[in-house]
Design a protein around this ligand. Structure first.
Ligand SMILES: Cc1ncc(COP(=O)(O)O)c(C=O)c1O
Length: 410
């Protein structure tokens, strides 16, 4: 795969977005150039576009263990999350007005839940543990007779923690078979090979641009029989559940990205894990007062994700210095970049806010090699040292409440 942004740049922000695979772009081009017709129209050209759309649906459904009719195309993860929450709540109003989610969710879920609360829905937001995971027994205990939906993310976008969604779904359904379970699989779909039956979920969110597909295409899996009310009204597209002329080029790109993802899963896993291992082992050795956040047990975290906090520095300043050194990374979630607030996920894990400001997320991908990781390992320690030397707060003794979060030479 070609290097991103020129040969001298290192891209370590695959959790923010991934470069579209060359084959994905090739799959999209005919739909932009020749087969651009509206798949809902009647003439022969439109029939071709319709077939492309339905082939993409069948192929994505197959990859996640679903039926074609259970896949609704959307514009991406945020829309799918919003449709899942609002759609179930609207369709079940006579049955109950209570939903359950967790403090570690992406803002696409959390902000939608907050808005629903303002509209009169009762929302229980469960805490996460110090690794960012939610306890299945806690989720079960929160489910009531009037709980219409539980939404728990599969893998966290900031710290890479993988929740035991299968166990959560089993317990929720045991407690109340009418409670729908939704999972945001935006980050996990590329890496873990999601299967809706193995996970036992009723709704599942995916987006193409985190799995080497294009921006602007996503899907919501909706298990047959799950009540869902459309949120975008107008045309009768997507079985009346999401109006709007489908973005056939992006959807075909998404289907190709999913296909390639399945084909490459084992190779990607081995590659990503090796780079992850090196970073997790080496960063605390090279930088004093640093802590890896999220699970250290790599079986419980996304294979490409390394997140850390660095005492006595601002994550944003580190990002700027890394950028100047030719390395693109992120501090916490890219979606909140620009805000000075510490990550809501780290704070929910119990980390002191001051320490959480020094967070950094490194997410490798197919285009990275060992040399990229070595470059990061060479560049980052002197940057941290420089930042600490410039800081008005002396970077000597970490406060006691930081200590449980820091490993390395504290
Ligand atoms: C876990 C999670 N959910 C939802 C989203 C939003 O997806 P999209 O950018 O496709 O709207 C993201 C994007 O970062 C994410 O990481």
């Amino acid at each position: 795969m070609p290097a991103q942004n020129g040969p001298s740049r290192v891209y370590l922000d695959h959790a923010a977005t991934t470069p579209p695979d060359r084959r994905v772009v090739e799959a999209m081009l005919p739909l932009l150039r020749e087969q651009w017709h509206n798949p809902s129209s009647i003439y022969v050209e439109a029939q071709t576009a319709y077939r492309v759309l339905e082939d993409a649906r069948a192929s994505i459904a197959h990859a996640i263990g679903a039926q074609s009719e259970e896949v609704i195309f959307t514009s991406g993860g945020s829309e799918s999350d919003s449709l899942a929450l609002r759609g179930v709540v609207d369709a079940t109003a006579e049955r109950g007005r209570h939903i359950v989610t967790t403090a570690g969710e992406h803002h696409a879920v959390l902000d939608t839940a907050e808005q629903l609360e303002r509209e009169g829905v009762e929302v229980t937001v469960l805490g996460v543990d110090r690794e960012g995971a939610v306890d299945p027994a806690t989720v079960e205990a929160a489910v009531r007779d009037d709980t219409v939906l539980v939404s728990v993310m599969h893998a966290n976008n900031e710290v890479g923690t993988v929740n035991d969604v299968a166990e959560i779904a089993r317990r929720v359904h045991d407690r109340n078979p009418r409670t729908a379970v939704h999972t945001d699989a935006v980050q996990s779909a590329a890496h873990l090979g999601v299967n809706v039956d193995r996970l036992g979920v009723d709704l599942l969110t995916m987006t193409a641009h985190k799995l080497y597909g294009p921006r602007g295409a996503g899907a919501l899996y909706v298990r047959a029989g799950t009540p869902l009310a459309a949120q975008i009204l107008g045309g009768g597209q997507e079985r009346d559940l999401r109006a709007g002329t489908e973005n056939t080029a992006a959807i075909a790109g998404m289907a190709e990205a999913v296909r390639i993802g399945v084909e490459r899963r084992e190779a990607d896993l081995g590659h990503d894990r090796a780079l992850q291992r090196r970073l997790i082992d080496e960063l605390p050795r090279r930088i004093p007062m640093v802590g890896i956040t999220g699970p250290l047990d790599v079986d419980r975290r996304l294979p490409n994700s390394v997140s850390l906090v660095i005492g006595f520095v601002e994550g944003e300043s580190i990002l700027l210095a890394l950028d100047l050194a030719g390395i693109a990374a992120s501090s916490g979630s890219a979606c909140t970049t620009g805000s000075v607030e510490p990550s809501h996920v780290l704070v929910a894990m119990g980390m002191p806010a001051e320490l959480a400001r020094g967070s950094l997320r490194l997410t490798a991908g197919r285009g990275n090699g060992e040399a990229d990781i070595e470059r990061l390992l060479d560049e980052l320690p002197p940057i941290v040292e420089r930042m600490r030397a410039l800081s008005p707060i002396p970077a000597t003794e970490p406060p006691d409440e930081w200590r449980p979060w820091l490993n390395g030479d504290v």
